[in-house]
Ligand binder design. Structure first.
Ligand code: ADE
Length: 225
Protein backbone atom coordinates (compact mmCIF):
# COMPACT_ATOMS: atom_id res chain seq x y z
CA UNK A 1 0.00 0.00 0.00
CA UNK A 2 1.08 3.56 -0.68
CA UNK A 3 -0.40 6.59 1.09
CA UNK A 4 0.29 10.15 -0.03
CA UNK A 5 -0.68 12.78 2.53
CA UNK A 6 -1.16 16.37 1.39
CA UNK A 7 -0.88 18.87 4.22
CA UNK A 8 0.04 22.44 5.10
CA UNK A 9 1.75 21.17 8.30
CA UNK A 10 3.86 18.06 7.55
CA UNK A 11 5.57 18.38 10.96
CA UNK A 12 2.17 18.04 12.66
CA UNK A 13 1.46 14.65 11.17
CA UNK A 14 4.84 12.96 10.67
CA UNK A 15 5.68 11.81 14.19
CA UNK A 16 2.84 9.28 14.69
CA UNK A 17 4.30 7.41 11.72
CA UNK A 18 7.68 7.14 13.46
CA UNK A 19 6.48 4.96 16.35
CA UNK A 20 4.86 1.65 17.17
CA UNK A 21 2.62 -0.15 14.68
CA UNK A 22 2.70 2.54 11.98
CA UNK A 23 6.50 2.51 12.04
CA UNK A 24 6.56 -1.29 11.96
CA UNK A 25 4.21 -1.38 8.94
CA UNK A 26 6.66 0.77 6.99
CA UNK A 27 9.76 -1.09 8.20
CA UNK A 28 8.23 -4.37 7.08
CA UNK A 29 7.79 -2.85 3.62
CA UNK A 30 4.01 -3.31 3.78
CA UNK A 31 3.23 0.39 3.40
CA UNK A 32 4.93 3.49 2.03
CA UNK A 33 3.86 6.87 3.39
CA UNK A 34 4.78 10.12 1.62
CA UNK A 35 4.10 13.63 2.86
CA UNK A 36 3.56 16.55 0.50
CA UNK A 37 3.72 20.13 1.71
CA UNK A 38 1.00 22.10 -0.05
CA UNK A 39 3.21 25.19 0.12
CA UNK A 40 5.54 23.56 -2.42
CA UNK A 41 2.67 24.01 -4.88
CA UNK A 42 1.86 27.62 -3.91
CA UNK A 43 0.47 30.02 -6.48
CA UNK A 44 3.20 32.64 -5.91
CA UNK A 45 6.74 33.03 -4.55
CA UNK A 46 5.35 34.02 -1.13
CA UNK A 47 3.86 30.55 -0.61
CA UNK A 48 0.24 31.60 -1.07
CA UNK A 49 -2.14 28.65 -0.73
CA UNK A 50 -5.27 30.22 0.77
CA UNK A 51 -7.56 33.18 0.21
CA UNK A 52 -10.69 34.87 1.54
CA UNK A 53 -14.01 33.31 0.73
CA UNK A 54 -16.27 34.73 -1.98
CA UNK A 55 -19.39 36.27 -0.51
CA UNK A 56 -17.62 37.31 2.68
CA UNK A 57 -17.23 35.50 5.99
CA UNK A 58 -14.51 34.77 8.50
CA UNK A 59 -11.72 32.33 7.78
CA UNK A 60 -9.41 31.54 4.91
CA UNK A 61 -10.10 28.86 2.32
CA UNK A 62 -7.46 26.59 0.76
CA UNK A 63 -7.23 27.44 -2.95
CA UNK A 64 -7.84 24.96 -5.72
CA UNK A 65 -4.67 25.65 -7.77
CA UNK A 66 -2.05 24.28 -5.33
CA UNK A 67 -4.22 21.27 -4.51
CA UNK A 68 -4.87 20.56 -8.21
CA UNK A 69 -1.13 20.86 -8.93
CA UNK A 70 -0.21 18.41 -6.17
CA UNK A 71 -2.96 15.85 -6.88
CA UNK A 72 -2.39 16.03 -10.64
CA UNK A 73 1.34 15.43 -10.20
CA UNK A 74 0.65 12.35 -8.08
CA UNK A 75 -2.05 11.03 -10.43
CA UNK A 76 0.34 11.35 -13.36
CA UNK A 77 2.74 9.01 -11.55
CA UNK A 78 0.28 6.22 -10.59
CA UNK A 79 -3.39 5.33 -10.31
CA UNK A 80 -5.16 5.97 -7.03
CA UNK A 81 -8.02 3.91 -5.59
CA UNK A 82 -9.23 6.73 -3.34
CA UNK A 83 -8.61 10.43 -2.86
CA UNK A 84 -9.80 11.13 0.64
CA UNK A 85 -10.58 14.50 2.21
CA UNK A 86 -10.48 14.80 6.01
CA UNK A 87 -13.26 17.14 7.14
CA UNK A 88 -15.79 17.35 9.99
CA UNK A 89 -18.74 17.64 7.56
CA UNK A 90 -18.51 14.05 6.35
CA UNK A 91 -19.55 10.53 7.35
CA UNK A 92 -17.84 9.39 10.56
CA UNK A 93 -14.97 6.91 10.40
CA UNK A 94 -15.82 3.43 11.64
CA UNK A 95 -14.23 -0.02 11.60
CA UNK A 96 -16.08 -0.99 8.43
CA UNK A 97 -14.54 1.92 6.51
CA UNK A 98 -11.10 1.06 7.90
CA UNK A 99 -11.52 -2.58 6.81
CA UNK A 100 -12.48 -1.51 3.28
CA UNK A 101 -9.61 0.98 2.96
CA UNK A 102 -7.06 -1.54 4.27
CA UNK A 103 -7.58 -3.48 1.03
CA UNK A 104 -6.69 -0.56 -1.27
CA UNK A 105 -3.40 -0.17 -3.08
CA UNK A 106 -2.82 3.60 -3.44
CA UNK A 107 -4.54 6.42 -1.60
CA UNK A 108 -4.19 10.18 -1.33
CA UNK A 109 -5.32 11.85 1.89
CA UNK A 110 -5.93 15.60 1.75
CA UNK A 111 -5.91 17.40 5.09
CA UNK A 112 -8.15 20.45 5.33
CA UNK A 113 -7.17 23.60 7.21
CA UNK A 114 -8.67 26.95 8.18
CA UNK A 115 -12.25 27.11 6.80
CA UNK A 116 -11.61 24.10 4.56
CA UNK A 117 -10.98 23.77 0.85
CA UNK A 118 -12.64 25.41 -2.15
CA UNK A 119 -15.74 23.28 -2.82
CA UNK A 120 -14.52 22.62 -6.38
CA UNK A 121 -11.65 20.54 -4.96
CA UNK A 122 -14.25 18.26 -3.40
CA UNK A 123 -16.36 18.17 -6.55
CA UNK A 124 -13.48 17.56 -8.96
CA UNK A 125 -10.98 15.33 -7.14
CA UNK A 126 -12.27 13.80 -3.92
CA UNK A 127 -13.68 10.26 -4.00
CA UNK A 128 -14.32 9.87 -0.27
CA UNK A 129 -14.80 12.27 2.66
CA UNK A 130 -14.14 11.21 6.23
CA UNK A 131 -14.67 12.82 9.64
CA UNK A 132 -13.16 11.22 12.75
CA UNK A 133 -15.92 12.51 15.03
CA UNK A 134 -18.47 15.19 15.77
CA UNK A 135 -16.04 17.90 16.80
CA UNK A 136 -13.85 20.36 14.95
CA UNK A 137 -10.07 19.94 14.83
CA UNK A 138 -7.74 22.74 13.78
CA UNK A 139 -6.85 20.75 10.69
CA UNK A 140 -7.26 17.34 9.10
CA UNK A 141 -3.75 16.14 10.09
CA UNK A 142 -4.66 14.49 13.38
CA UNK A 143 -7.68 12.93 11.70
CA UNK A 144 -5.47 11.58 8.91
CA UNK A 145 -3.10 10.06 11.49
CA UNK A 146 -6.05 8.37 13.22
CA UNK A 147 -7.36 7.10 9.88
CA UNK A 148 -3.96 5.70 8.88
CA UNK A 149 -3.49 3.97 12.24
CA UNK A 150 -6.84 2.20 11.91
CA UNK A 151 -6.01 1.14 8.34
CA UNK A 152 -2.38 0.07 8.73
CA UNK A 153 -2.97 -2.26 11.68
CA UNK A 154 -5.41 -4.21 9.48
CA UNK A 155 -2.93 -4.93 6.69
CA UNK A 156 -2.01 -8.63 6.86
CA UNK A 157 1.45 -9.07 8.37
CA UNK A 158 1.58 -5.72 10.17
CA UNK A 159 0.47 -7.15 13.51
CA UNK A 160 1.85 -10.40 14.84
CA UNK A 161 -0.54 -13.18 15.91
CA UNK A 162 -0.22 -12.02 19.48
CA UNK A 163 -1.80 -8.66 18.70
CA UNK A 164 -4.08 -9.75 15.87
CA UNK A 165 -6.54 -7.06 14.85
CA UNK A 166 -9.21 -9.76 14.58
CA UNK A 167 -9.82 -9.53 18.32
CA UNK A 168 -9.99 -5.72 18.40
CA UNK A 169 -13.08 -3.97 19.69
CA UNK A 170 -15.60 -3.26 16.89
CA UNK A 171 -14.28 -6.04 14.65
CA UNK A 172 -17.52 -7.93 15.30
CA UNK A 173 -19.51 -4.82 16.27
CA UNK A 174 -18.83 -5.57 19.95
CA UNK A 175 -16.58 -3.79 22.42
CA UNK A 176 -13.76 -5.85 23.94
CA UNK A 177 -14.22 -7.77 27.22
CA UNK A 178 -12.03 -6.79 30.20
CA UNK A 179 -8.49 -8.19 30.38
CA UNK A 180 -6.34 -8.98 33.42
CA UNK A 181 -2.74 -9.95 34.11
CA UNK A 182 -0.73 -10.89 37.22
CA UNK A 183 -1.11 -10.67 40.16
CA UNK A 184 -4.34 -12.71 40.40
CA UNK A 185 -5.14 -10.91 43.66
CA UNK A 186 -4.22 -7.23 44.04
CA UNK A 187 -5.04 -5.84 47.47
CA UNK A 188 -8.14 -8.03 47.63
CA UNK A 189 -9.28 -7.20 44.07
CA UNK A 190 -9.38 -10.63 42.46
CA UNK A 191 -9.27 -11.66 38.83
CA UNK A 192 -12.52 -13.44 37.81
CA UNK A 193 -12.03 -17.11 38.69
CA UNK A 194 -13.03 -18.42 35.27
CA UNK A 195 -9.94 -16.80 33.70
CA UNK A 196 -7.57 -18.85 35.85
CA UNK A 197 -9.62 -22.06 35.53
CA UNK A 198 -7.90 -23.34 32.37
CA UNK A 199 -11.37 -24.17 30.98
CA UNK A 200 -11.08 -22.50 27.57
CA UNK A 201 -14.65 -23.00 26.28
CA UNK A 202 -15.89 -21.46 29.55
CA UNK A 203 -13.41 -18.57 29.18
CA UNK A 204 -14.63 -17.89 25.63
CA UNK A 205 -18.24 -17.94 26.84
CA UNK A 206 -17.38 -15.51 29.66
CA UNK A 207 -15.63 -13.16 27.24
CA UNK A 208 -18.57 -13.14 24.83
CA UNK A 209 -21.03 -12.49 27.68
CA UNK A 210 -18.89 -9.63 28.99
CA UNK A 211 -18.45 -8.12 25.51
CA UNK A 212 -22.23 -8.14 25.04
CA UNK A 213 -22.86 -6.73 28.52
CA UNK A 214 -20.37 -3.87 28.04
CA UNK A 215 -21.61 -3.06 24.54
CA UNK A 216 -25.22 -2.98 25.78
CA UNK A 217 -24.26 -0.63 28.62
CA UNK A 218 -21.78 1.70 26.87
CA UNK A 219 -22.71 1.60 23.16
CA UNK A 220 -26.21 0.12 22.67
CA UNK A 221 -26.27 1.75 19.20
CA UNK A 222 -23.72 -0.84 17.99
CA UNK A 223 -26.17 -3.66 18.73
CA UNK A 224 -28.98 -1.90 16.83
CA UNK A 225 -26.93 -2.07 13.63
N1 ADE B 1 -10.81 18.46 10.28
C1 ADE B 1 -11.36 19.22 11.25
N2 ADE B 1 -12.15 18.51 12.05
C2 ADE B 1 -12.12 17.23 11.59
C3 ADE B 1 -12.75 16.02 12.01
N3 ADE B 1 -13.59 15.98 13.04
N4 ADE B 1 -12.48 14.91 11.30
C4 ADE B 1 -11.64 14.95 10.23
N5 ADE B 1 -11.04 16.06 9.80
C5 ADE B 1 -11.27 17.20 10.47
Amino acid sequence: MRIDIITVSPELIQSPFEYSIMKRAQEKGLVEVHFHNLRDFAVNDYGKIDDMQFGGGAGMVLMIEPIDACISKLKAERDYDEIIYMTPDAPTLNQRTANTLSMKENMIILCGHYKGVDQRVRDMFITKEISIGDYVLSGGELGAAVLCDTILRLIPGVLGDETSALTDSFQDDLLSPPVYTRPADYKGHKVPEVLTSGNFPKIEEWRTDKALEITERVRPDLLED
